[in-house]
Design a protein around this ligand. Sequence first.
Ligand SMILES: C[S@@+](CC[C@H](N)C(=O)[O-])C[C@H]1O[C@@H](n2cnc3c(N)ncnc32)[C@H](O)[C@@H]1O
Length: 269
Amino acid sequence: MTHHRIIHGDALAELKKLPTACAQSVIADPPYFNVLEDEAWDTQWKTSADYLTWCEAWVSETMRVLREDGLCFIFGQLGKREHTFLHLMSRLTQQQTFHDLVIWDRAVGYDERRDSFTPQYEMILVLRKGEEVKFIKDAVRIPYDEATIALYLRDKRYKNKTARLSHLQKGKYATNILRVPSLKGQSKEKCGHPSQKPLQLIEKLILCSTDPGDTVLDPFLGSGTTALAAERTGRCCLGIEKDPNYLQMAQKRLQTDLFSTSKNETPRS
Ligand SMILES: C[S@@+](CC[C@H](N)C(=O)[O-])C[C@H]1O[C@@H](n2cnc3c(N)ncnc32)[C@H](O)[C@@H]1O
């Protein structure tokens, strides 16, 4: 049975109260620093130096609560002027162990720029704690289309066509560029948070880094995407959110999903 604990409070203060090694995986989608200029939560630091110092503090606490074989996924978006996430990655990887840099390909661009290419990705820095990590590569596969399966089946090197077909039907391993369409204005999944992440994306991160029953921690829960993704994949979630309105949004979303059967928009992986 899954269990969720949603805490109203400041991430750093609340993280300090959590026991060491209580989370198998961390999905952190923190404020970006001056990227969403109309959001008070994204513009609360005077300088990027202040923001970086704050990030180092919460990441350090997050790594403490992560299990030895766990992974910590940290989202970061570059703004038109701000490139603070590049500095953050540089600083964090000098203090913590780098594991990977995943690109979330949003499939379509956003906030069109006249002076450069249209931005279409977000970075996800992945940190690990110990030498050996839990990573379930088989849990996130990308299906081949029918034409590709038919083409590959013609390969004469594979004599046992039944075995070859069942292998191909599993799909291929996902690369570290995860292509998941960002949520459009008319999407049924959208619930009013300005940087809500798609369930399908968060589910992939959960599925590759945890087993059913494991705990996923999200220190910046927002609209509750991680809690909902954890619920849908049979994991437990520990979430922290400072803004009471978003906290309510997350609780309502979780409750509605638990009691509704309309999970058609983003099917379980
Ligand atoms: C980028 S959004 C997360 C969006 C979330 N991933 C979703 O899908 O809805 C960052 C969230 O962090 C919250 N936040 C900002 N500062 C915080 C703090 N010090 N402690 C906890 N939450 C904070 C904001 O209110 C915002 O909801």
